[in-house]
Design a binder for this molecule. Structure first.
Ligand code: C2E
Ligand code: MG
Ligand code: MG
Ligand code: MG
Length: 276
């Protein structure tokens, strides 16, 4: 009968949903375990001044290898955000970075690093004070720790504006990450009052392809210039892409495989020693 079939389909659907949920739940549970056992690690990717070809800072990127399986942050960060684990992830990255920072600063006193923070971190006063306290303990100045937030995390505009103001007043630089993939308009960006934008790698990848998106890139750069924002271009993989941004005749920083893939703290320290 129709109802019987509906019941069977409904049952099958419920089972599929249950399995999907269990898979997701189990990733959350595995992540909680990894946090307990301090299994998350951090790699560092250099950020270069495109015009002068000199390294200026680095971005810290979290890594999780569960057994033999490397689980990418694009997979587990959303799970951490959904399951209330993100603050623990962020603080474990922060602790790792601050521990590594001592060696980086010995190699170069002016070294700066960015970490990625999530929407929940940004507007959490407890996070802001944990951050301040840990920096003080590690003897690292807030000027040396930049914070990357996504456009998505500024959706709660009023709270985000307040949090950004507080963190900047303390000396942190704030960057809008993956710029161009969200909803930030020019006016909105002006209101947020950040230090800079990181142009998403999807734009970089259009350079040299004749894509219509290419024509948007100079306008993003112009807009950032008008608003007096720093510009970092993500995902620079080729000399052609580097040359394109160098040709825009404005100070731009670049990050990507062309300059260097994310590396261990030890390798980063060597790079700082040699090149910074
Ligand atoms: P993101 O912050 O935009 O980081 C840049 C991503 O681009 C990194 O991926 C990096 O490895 C990758 N990348 C760098 N250069 C190139 C290139 O030339 N070509 C290509 N195709 N990719 C390049 P990753 O490490 O897999 O991180 C992905 C995203 O996960 C990050 O994007 C960030 O949104 C998030 N994430 C990473 N670490 C953390 C963290 O500690 N906390 C939080 N909340 N999010 C994090
Ligand atoms: Mg980032
Ligand atoms: Mg990005
Ligand atoms: Mg990204």
């Amino acid at each position: 009968s129709i109802t019987g079939l509906g019941g069977t389909l409904g049952g099958a659907l419920a089972l599929i949903i249950l399995l999907l949920q269990r898979k997701r739940l189990s990733l959350g549970a595995r992540l909680a375990q990894a946090l307990d056992k301090r299994r998350l690690t951090v790699v560092y990717q250099p950020i270069f001044d495109i015009g002068t070809n000199t390294p200026r800072s680095a971005e810290a990127l979290v890594r999780w290898v569960d057994g033999k399986e490397a689980i990418p942050p694009d997979i587990f960060i959303p799970v951490a955000e959904d399951e209330g684990l993100i603050k623990r992830v962020t603080l474990s990255v922060l602790d790792r970075v601050l521990a590594d920072m001592t060696a980086f600063l010995q190699a170069d006193r002016t070294f700066r690093i960015n970490i990625n923070i999530s929407a929940a971190d940004l507007i959490d006063p407890a996070f802001a004070s944990a951050l301040e306290q840990r920096l003080r303990q590690a003897n690292v100045r807030s000027e040396q720790l930049g914070l990357e937030i996504t456009e998505r995390s500024t959706a709660n505009a009023a709270a985000a504006v307040d949090a950004i103001r507080t963190l900047r007043a303390r000396g942190h630089r704030i960057y809008i990450d993956d710029f161009g993939t969200g909803y930030s308009s020019l006016a909105y960006l002006g209101n947020l009052n950040v230090d800079g934008i990181k142009i998403d790698k999807s734009f970089t990848q259009t350079i040299g392809t004749g894509s219509v998106t290419v024509s948007i890139v100079p306008q993003i750069v112009d807009m950032a210039r008008v608003l007096n924002l720093g510009i970092v271009v993500e995902g620079i993989e080729t000399a052609t892409q580097r040359d394109y941004f160098a040709g825009l005749q404005t100070p731009i920083d670049g990050q990507g495989w062309f300059y260097g893939k994310p590396v261990s703290a030890a390798a980063m320290q060597e790079l700082v020693q040699e090149k910074f």
